[in-house]
Design a protein around this ligand. Sequence first.
Ligand code: ZN
Length: 295
Amino acid sequence: MKSLIINSLGALSILAHVSSVSAASLKVLIVDGQNNHNWKDTTPILKKYLEETKLFTVDVATTSAKGTAGFAPDFGKYDVIVSNYNGESWPDSTQKAFEQFVKNGGGFVSVHAANNSFSNWKAYNEMIGLGGWGGRSEKSGPYLYWDAKAKKIVEDLEKGRGGSHGSQHEFLVEAREPNHPILKGLPKKWMHGQDELYDRLRGPARNVTVLATSFADPAKRGSGRHEPMLMVINHGKGRVFHTTLGHARDAKAPAMLCVGFISTFQRGTEWAATGKVTQSIPDDFPTETKVSTRN
Ligand code: ZN
């Protein structure tokens, strides 16, 4: 965000500031190029969702399909980085630049399989709080889930794999921090379009606030726990929004056409960039019993 500079022009400079905010002033960089999901189809969808809010201008930085040598986006030009990337390690200098960007107050958004990436990159795992696959285990950190009896999020250090999911289905997302700016005003429970329900994620789990969980039904081969779906993490001065939602083989994937996914992604990206959410609640947001998707 640009800070407001009061100078001899006084009120005029304030007007200029207001108009620049309304004209898509937040700068987003989506990173992609390698993913076991169809990033070529889904990055344009993510870009469109952000641009639709009129809050963001969006660039995309794409790695080679094989190898990441020379991948060195200028993170400092942006307010928030969105990862649609799940692939090979970035060059050391790029990792360091990204760490500095977030520590110094940059925003970061991790979408679905971005939390599979970089299982050996310490700072990245601190940013996302929890991750899955890539050899993650109890060595990566605890599980986090909602304890329905204690009515709170608990840590569990039990041994076991990090990351799994059952069969895809529609499932209920339940707010655990309904007053957080990202969720404020949204229904406290909503049906999400068919998706993978990530469970048993593990990680450093420090400075994590779990905003919403979903029950991973054993009948769908889930963990039997209320698993984190939406999280925020403070990392240095930076803000991270982590959505586990959004599995997509193509542009028609209901997980990404779901208005619950769209709206929380748009709101989470704004929050990661600024710490606030100014967007209104969409009329077509899903209810507790009914999925709502856009074409
Ligand atoms: Zn997936």
